[in-house]
Ligand binder design. Structure first.
Ligand code: SF4
Length: 375
Protein backbone atom coordinates (compact mmCIF):
# COMPACT_ATOMS: atom_id res chain seq x y z
CA UNK A 1 0.00 0.00 0.00
CA UNK A 2 1.12 3.53 -0.72
CA UNK A 3 0.18 5.95 2.01
CA UNK A 4 0.95 9.65 2.26
CA UNK A 5 1.46 11.18 5.68
CA UNK A 6 -1.70 13.26 5.26
CA UNK A 7 -3.72 10.12 4.42
CA UNK A 8 -2.31 8.41 7.48
CA UNK A 9 -3.12 11.48 9.56
CA UNK A 10 -6.68 11.38 8.23
CA UNK A 11 -6.94 7.71 9.15
CA UNK A 12 -5.68 8.22 12.67
CA UNK A 13 -7.90 11.26 13.26
CA UNK A 14 -11.02 9.69 11.72
CA UNK A 15 -11.00 6.42 9.80
CA UNK A 16 -14.31 7.23 8.13
CA UNK A 17 -12.97 10.50 6.78
CA UNK A 18 -10.07 8.51 5.31
CA UNK A 19 -12.56 6.13 3.67
CA UNK A 20 -14.57 8.95 2.13
CA UNK A 21 -11.44 10.64 0.82
CA UNK A 22 -9.16 7.80 -0.25
CA UNK A 23 -11.31 4.69 -0.70
CA UNK A 24 -14.53 6.19 -2.05
CA UNK A 25 -12.51 9.01 -3.62
CA UNK A 26 -15.21 11.58 -2.93
CA UNK A 27 -14.05 15.05 -3.83
CA UNK A 28 -14.41 17.61 -1.10
CA UNK A 29 -13.86 21.34 -1.44
CA UNK A 30 -10.68 22.48 0.31
CA UNK A 31 -11.55 24.14 3.61
CA UNK A 32 -10.76 27.82 4.03
CA UNK A 33 -8.31 26.88 6.81
CA UNK A 34 -6.48 24.55 4.40
CA UNK A 35 -6.40 27.23 1.67
CA UNK A 36 -5.04 29.73 4.21
CA UNK A 37 -2.39 27.27 5.45
CA UNK A 38 -1.26 26.49 1.90
CA UNK A 39 -0.83 30.20 1.08
CA UNK A 40 1.20 30.85 4.25
CA UNK A 41 3.41 27.84 3.44
CA UNK A 42 3.91 29.17 -0.11
CA UNK A 43 4.78 32.63 1.25
CA UNK A 44 7.43 31.13 3.55
CA UNK A 45 8.74 29.05 0.68
CA UNK A 46 8.96 32.27 -1.33
CA UNK A 47 10.73 34.04 1.59
CA UNK A 48 13.36 31.31 1.70
CA UNK A 49 13.69 30.57 -2.01
CA UNK A 50 17.37 30.64 -3.02
CA UNK A 51 18.37 34.14 -4.13
CA UNK A 52 21.38 36.41 -3.84
CA UNK A 53 19.32 38.75 -1.68
CA UNK A 54 16.36 37.08 0.04
CA UNK A 55 12.92 38.66 -0.37
CA UNK A 56 12.14 41.46 2.07
CA UNK A 57 9.10 41.35 4.34
CA UNK A 58 7.32 43.73 1.96
CA UNK A 59 8.01 41.43 -1.00
CA UNK A 60 6.78 38.39 0.94
CA UNK A 61 3.65 40.28 2.03
CA UNK A 62 3.11 41.26 -1.59
CA UNK A 63 3.38 37.56 -2.56
CA UNK A 64 0.84 36.71 0.15
CA UNK A 65 -1.54 39.47 -0.98
CA UNK A 66 -1.37 38.40 -4.63
CA UNK A 67 -2.21 34.81 -3.63
CA UNK A 68 -5.11 35.83 -1.39
CA UNK A 69 -8.52 34.42 -2.29
CA UNK A 70 -11.27 36.60 -0.82
CA UNK A 71 -14.09 34.39 -2.12
CA UNK A 72 -13.67 31.46 0.29
CA UNK A 73 -14.62 33.42 3.43
CA UNK A 74 -18.14 33.62 4.82
CA UNK A 75 -18.23 37.39 5.09
CA UNK A 76 -16.07 40.51 4.96
CA UNK A 77 -15.31 40.52 8.70
CA UNK A 78 -14.06 36.94 8.64
CA UNK A 79 -12.00 37.60 5.53
CA UNK A 80 -10.43 40.73 7.01
CA UNK A 81 -9.58 38.91 10.27
CA UNK A 82 -7.95 36.02 8.38
CA UNK A 83 -5.97 38.34 6.10
CA UNK A 84 -4.73 40.36 9.11
CA UNK A 85 -3.75 37.14 10.85
CA UNK A 86 -1.74 36.03 7.81
CA UNK A 87 0.05 39.37 7.63
CA UNK A 88 0.82 39.25 11.37
CA UNK A 89 2.19 35.70 11.06
CA UNK A 90 4.60 36.77 8.33
CA UNK A 91 5.59 39.96 10.17
CA UNK A 92 6.31 37.96 13.31
CA UNK A 93 8.24 35.38 11.30
CA UNK A 94 10.47 38.08 9.83
CA UNK A 95 10.89 39.76 13.23
CA UNK A 96 11.94 36.48 14.90
CA UNK A 97 14.13 35.07 12.12
CA UNK A 98 17.09 36.30 10.14
CA UNK A 99 16.00 35.12 6.70
CA UNK A 100 19.44 35.58 5.15
CA UNK A 101 21.17 33.62 7.91
CA UNK A 102 19.12 30.42 7.60
CA UNK A 103 21.18 27.48 6.33
CA UNK A 104 18.39 25.63 4.60
CA UNK A 105 19.31 22.41 2.80
CA UNK A 106 15.81 21.42 1.66
CA UNK A 107 12.50 23.25 1.19
CA UNK A 108 9.16 21.52 0.66
CA UNK A 109 11.07 18.37 0.02
CA UNK A 110 9.20 15.27 -1.14
CA UNK A 111 10.07 11.95 0.46
CA UNK A 112 9.12 8.33 0.37
CA UNK A 113 10.35 5.29 2.20
CA UNK A 114 9.29 1.68 2.60
CA UNK A 115 8.34 -0.02 5.83
CA UNK A 116 7.53 -3.57 6.87
CA UNK A 117 8.93 -7.01 6.06
CA UNK A 118 9.25 -8.26 2.46
CA UNK A 119 5.78 -9.85 2.46
CA UNK A 120 4.12 -6.79 4.01
CA UNK A 121 5.87 -3.84 2.38
CA UNK A 122 4.30 -0.39 2.27
CA UNK A 123 5.43 3.00 1.00
CA UNK A 124 5.05 6.13 3.08
CA UNK A 125 5.32 9.49 1.34
CA UNK A 126 5.00 13.16 2.18
CA UNK A 127 6.57 16.58 2.02
CA UNK A 128 8.89 18.08 4.64
CA UNK A 129 8.51 21.85 4.89
CA UNK A 130 12.13 22.56 5.63
CA UNK A 131 15.46 21.01 6.66
CA UNK A 132 18.21 23.24 8.07
CA UNK A 133 21.86 22.51 8.70
CA UNK A 134 22.63 23.58 12.24
CA UNK A 135 25.92 23.99 14.09
CA UNK A 136 25.56 20.59 15.70
CA UNK A 137 23.53 18.66 13.13
CA UNK A 138 20.24 19.22 11.34
CA UNK A 139 16.81 20.56 12.11
CA UNK A 140 13.61 19.37 10.46
CA UNK A 141 10.88 22.01 10.64
CA UNK A 142 7.16 21.76 9.98
CA UNK A 143 5.18 25.00 9.92
CA UNK A 144 1.79 25.07 11.62
CA UNK A 145 -0.91 27.70 11.25
CA UNK A 146 -3.16 26.15 13.87
CA UNK A 147 -4.29 28.08 16.95
CA UNK A 148 -3.70 25.36 19.52
CA UNK A 149 -0.22 24.90 20.93
CA UNK A 150 0.53 21.29 21.87
CA UNK A 151 2.43 20.33 25.02
CA UNK A 152 6.06 19.26 24.88
CA UNK A 153 4.93 15.69 25.65
CA UNK A 154 2.63 15.75 22.61
CA UNK A 155 5.45 17.01 20.38
CA UNK A 156 7.74 14.29 21.76
CA UNK A 157 5.21 11.69 20.58
CA UNK A 158 4.12 13.47 17.40
CA UNK A 159 3.84 10.87 14.64
CA UNK A 160 4.45 13.36 11.83
CA UNK A 161 7.83 14.37 13.25
CA UNK A 162 8.81 10.72 13.76
CA UNK A 163 7.95 10.00 10.12
CA UNK A 164 9.99 13.04 9.06
CA UNK A 165 12.98 11.85 11.11
CA UNK A 166 12.73 8.49 9.35
CA UNK A 167 12.44 10.19 5.95
CA UNK A 168 15.46 12.33 6.81
CA UNK A 169 17.56 9.20 7.40
CA UNK A 170 16.53 7.92 3.99
CA UNK A 171 18.16 11.01 2.53
CA UNK A 172 21.06 11.27 4.99
CA UNK A 173 21.75 7.64 6.01
CA UNK A 174 25.10 8.58 7.58
CA UNK A 175 23.22 10.55 10.26
CA UNK A 176 21.73 7.33 11.59
CA UNK A 177 24.40 7.09 14.29
CA UNK A 178 23.96 10.78 15.17
CA UNK A 179 20.19 10.91 15.29
CA UNK A 180 20.39 12.72 18.64
CA UNK A 181 21.87 15.73 16.78
CA UNK A 182 18.83 15.92 14.51
CA UNK A 183 16.15 18.20 15.94
CA UNK A 184 12.53 17.87 14.86
CA UNK A 185 10.43 20.99 15.34
CA UNK A 186 6.90 22.24 14.94
CA UNK A 187 6.89 25.98 14.27
CA UNK A 188 3.61 27.60 15.33
CA UNK A 189 3.43 30.72 13.22
CA UNK A 190 0.51 32.33 15.00
CA UNK A 191 2.38 32.25 18.32
CA UNK A 192 5.86 32.59 16.82
CA UNK A 193 6.80 29.58 18.89
CA UNK A 194 8.86 26.57 17.93
CA UNK A 195 8.55 23.38 19.96
CA UNK A 196 11.41 20.98 19.35
CA UNK A 197 12.23 17.39 20.12
CA UNK A 198 14.46 14.55 18.98
CA UNK A 199 13.83 10.96 18.00
CA UNK A 200 15.64 7.70 18.70
CA UNK A 201 15.96 4.66 16.45
CA UNK A 202 13.55 2.91 18.85
CA UNK A 203 11.00 5.68 18.21
CA UNK A 204 11.37 5.08 14.47
CA UNK A 205 10.91 1.33 14.87
CA UNK A 206 7.83 1.93 17.00
CA UNK A 207 6.45 4.34 14.41
CA UNK A 208 6.77 1.62 11.77
CA UNK A 209 4.82 -0.77 13.97
CA UNK A 210 2.17 1.88 14.51
CA UNK A 211 1.82 2.49 10.77
CA UNK A 212 1.76 -1.25 10.02
CA UNK A 213 -1.08 -1.61 12.54
CA UNK A 214 -2.95 1.25 10.83
CA UNK A 215 -2.36 -0.32 7.41
CA UNK A 216 -3.68 -3.67 8.71
CA UNK A 217 -6.80 -1.86 9.96
CA UNK A 218 -7.25 -0.12 6.60
CA UNK A 219 -6.88 -3.44 4.78
CA UNK A 220 -9.40 -4.97 7.20
CA UNK A 221 -11.71 -2.08 6.24
CA UNK A 222 -11.98 -0.73 9.76
CA UNK A 223 -13.50 2.65 9.04
CA UNK A 224 -15.18 3.74 12.26
CA UNK A 225 -16.06 7.45 12.54
CA UNK A 226 -14.35 9.44 15.26
CA UNK A 227 -16.29 12.50 16.40
CA UNK A 228 -14.00 15.33 17.53
CA UNK A 229 -13.77 19.11 17.25
CA UNK A 230 -12.21 18.46 13.82
CA UNK A 231 -15.66 17.43 12.53
CA UNK A 232 -16.51 21.13 12.21
CA UNK A 233 -13.91 21.37 9.44
CA UNK A 234 -14.76 18.04 7.79
CA UNK A 235 -16.14 18.32 4.28
CA UNK A 236 -17.99 14.99 4.58
CA UNK A 237 -20.44 15.97 7.33
CA UNK A 238 -23.44 15.56 5.04
CA UNK A 239 -22.41 11.95 4.31
CA UNK A 240 -21.26 11.02 7.80
CA UNK A 241 -23.70 9.05 10.00
CA UNK A 242 -22.40 10.98 13.02
CA UNK A 243 -23.26 14.37 11.57
CA UNK A 244 -25.67 14.21 8.65
CA UNK A 245 -28.84 14.21 10.74
CA UNK A 246 -28.12 17.74 11.91
CA UNK A 247 -28.73 19.09 8.40
CA UNK A 248 -32.39 19.97 8.55
CA UNK A 249 -32.81 20.12 4.79
CA UNK A 250 -33.02 16.30 4.60
CA UNK A 251 -36.49 14.74 4.70
CA UNK A 252 -35.82 12.68 7.81
CA UNK A 253 -39.42 12.12 8.93
CA UNK A 254 -38.03 12.30 12.42
CA UNK A 255 -40.55 14.22 14.53
CA UNK A 256 -41.16 11.19 16.77
CA UNK A 257 -37.51 10.42 17.35
CA UNK A 258 -36.69 14.07 18.06
CA UNK A 259 -39.47 14.08 20.64
CA UNK A 260 -38.13 10.79 22.09
CA UNK A 261 -34.63 12.27 22.44
CA UNK A 262 -35.97 15.32 24.22
CA UNK A 263 -38.16 13.20 26.50
CA UNK A 264 -35.23 10.89 27.34
CA UNK A 265 -33.03 13.92 28.07
CA UNK A 266 -35.72 15.35 30.38
CA UNK A 267 -36.07 11.99 32.13
CA UNK A 268 -32.32 11.68 32.66
CA UNK A 269 -32.22 15.21 34.03
CA UNK A 270 -35.04 14.36 36.43
CA UNK A 271 -33.27 11.13 37.44
CA UNK A 272 -30.14 13.09 38.30
CA UNK A 273 -32.18 15.59 40.33
CA UNK A 274 -34.06 12.72 42.02
CA UNK A 275 -30.81 10.96 42.93
CA UNK A 276 -29.50 14.18 44.45
CA UNK A 277 -32.72 14.75 46.39
CA UNK A 278 -32.73 11.10 47.61
CA UNK A 279 -29.19 11.50 48.93
CA UNK A 280 -30.17 14.67 50.80
CA UNK A 281 -33.27 13.02 52.33
CA UNK A 282 -31.26 9.96 53.32
CA UNK A 283 -28.69 12.12 55.04
CA UNK A 284 -31.43 14.00 56.93
CA UNK A 285 -33.05 10.73 58.13
CA UNK A 286 -29.74 9.12 59.15
CA UNK A 287 -28.73 12.22 61.08
CA UNK A 288 -32.06 12.14 62.96
CA UNK A 289 -31.63 8.44 63.78
CA UNK A 290 -28.09 8.97 65.00
CA UNK A 291 -29.10 11.96 67.12
CA UNK A 292 -32.00 10.05 68.71
CA UNK A 293 -30.13 6.72 68.81
CA UNK A 294 -32.87 4.97 66.79
CA UNK A 295 -32.55 1.89 64.59
CA UNK A 296 -35.85 2.43 62.79
CA UNK A 297 -38.07 5.48 62.18
CA UNK A 298 -41.65 5.42 61.00
CA UNK A 299 -43.18 7.59 58.29
CA UNK A 300 -46.85 7.40 57.27
CA UNK A 301 -46.09 5.29 54.21
CA UNK A 302 -42.69 3.76 54.89
CA UNK A 303 -40.26 2.70 57.59
CA UNK A 304 -36.59 3.61 57.46
CA UNK A 305 -34.14 1.19 59.08
CA UNK A 306 -30.46 1.71 59.71
CA UNK A 307 -28.28 -1.33 59.25
CA UNK A 308 -24.56 -1.78 59.24
CA UNK A 309 -22.62 -3.26 56.39
CA UNK A 310 -18.96 -4.09 56.65
CA UNK A 311 -16.72 -3.97 53.61
CA UNK A 312 -13.22 -5.37 53.60
CA UNK A 313 -10.01 -4.43 51.90
CA UNK A 314 -7.01 -6.68 51.67
CA UNK A 315 -3.29 -6.23 51.80
CA UNK A 316 -2.44 -7.04 48.17
CA UNK A 317 1.11 -8.33 48.81
CA UNK A 318 -0.02 -10.78 51.50
CA UNK A 319 -2.91 -12.13 49.44
CA UNK A 320 -0.66 -12.50 46.40
CA UNK A 321 1.89 -14.38 48.49
CA UNK A 322 -0.81 -16.76 49.69
CA UNK A 323 -2.54 -17.36 46.36
CA UNK A 324 0.26 -17.21 43.82
CA UNK A 325 1.88 -20.57 44.83
CA UNK A 326 -1.55 -22.20 44.44
CA UNK A 327 -1.90 -20.77 40.93
CA UNK A 328 -5.02 -18.90 42.08
CA UNK A 329 -3.77 -15.30 42.00
CA UNK A 330 -4.86 -14.68 38.42
CA UNK A 331 -8.38 -15.87 39.31
CA UNK A 332 -8.94 -12.96 41.69
CA UNK A 333 -7.02 -10.19 39.95
CA UNK A 334 -8.57 -8.00 37.31
CA UNK A 335 -6.76 -5.19 35.58
CA UNK A 336 -8.52 -1.93 36.33
CA UNK A 337 -8.69 -0.25 32.89
CA UNK A 338 -9.49 3.17 34.32
CA UNK A 339 -6.60 3.08 36.76
CA UNK A 340 -4.35 1.77 34.00
CA UNK A 341 -5.25 4.57 31.58
CA UNK A 342 -4.42 7.12 34.30
CA UNK A 343 -1.12 5.38 35.02
CA UNK A 344 -0.13 4.96 31.35
CA UNK A 345 1.07 8.54 30.63
CA UNK A 346 3.40 8.38 33.66
CA UNK A 347 5.19 5.25 32.39
CA UNK A 348 8.22 5.13 30.12
CA UNK A 349 7.48 4.69 26.44
CA UNK A 350 8.64 1.03 26.27
CA UNK A 351 6.29 0.05 29.10
CA UNK A 352 3.47 2.08 27.55
CA UNK A 353 4.03 0.31 24.26
CA UNK A 354 4.08 -3.13 25.90
CA UNK A 355 0.79 -2.39 27.66
CA UNK A 356 -0.82 -1.02 24.50
CA UNK A 357 0.21 -4.20 22.66
CA UNK A 358 -1.45 -6.27 25.41
CA UNK A 359 -4.77 -4.47 24.99
CA UNK A 360 -7.67 -6.12 23.18
CA UNK A 361 -10.97 -4.49 22.35
CA UNK A 362 -14.57 -5.54 22.82
CA UNK A 363 -17.22 -3.39 21.21
CA UNK A 364 -20.65 -2.74 22.67
CA UNK A 365 -23.20 -0.04 21.97
CA UNK A 366 -24.39 2.59 24.41
CA UNK A 367 -26.61 5.56 23.83
CA UNK A 368 -25.37 8.80 25.33
CA UNK A 369 -27.08 12.16 25.47
CA UNK A 370 -25.39 15.51 25.31
CA UNK A 371 -26.90 18.99 25.22
CA UNK A 372 -27.14 20.19 21.62
CA UNK A 373 -25.49 23.53 20.81
CA UNK A 374 -28.76 25.46 20.51
CA UNK A 375 -29.76 24.79 24.17
S1 SF4 B 1 -17.75 14.47 10.27
FE1 SF4 B 1 -16.34 13.85 11.91
S2 SF4 B 1 -16.83 11.70 12.28
FE2 SF4 B 1 -17.74 12.24 10.30
S3 SF4 B 1 -16.21 11.67 8.78
FE3 SF4 B 1 -15.87 13.81 9.27
S4 SF4 B 1 -14.33 13.81 10.89
FE4 SF4 B 1 -15.18 11.75 10.77
Amino acid sequence: MRLSYSALNDYTSCALKYKFRYVDKIKEPKSKEAVFGTLIHSALHFAHSPALVPPTLEETLDFFTRGWNADIWENEDEERAAFTQGVQMLQKYYADNDIAAATIVALESRFQFDIGPEDNRHTISGIIDRIDKTETGYEIIDYKTSKKLPSQAEVDKNLQLTIYARAFLERYPKERDRLDTVTVSLYFLKHGEKISSTRTLEDLARMEEEILAAVADIEAEKFAPHVSPLCDWCGFQRLCPMQKHKFKDEAWDDDDVRAAIDELAALKKKMTADRKKAAELQQQIVQFMKDKKLGRVFGDEAIAALSERTTYSYDVATVREALAPLGKWDDVVRVDGTALSKLLPTLDSDTQHAIEQARSAKTSQTLSLKRSAKQ
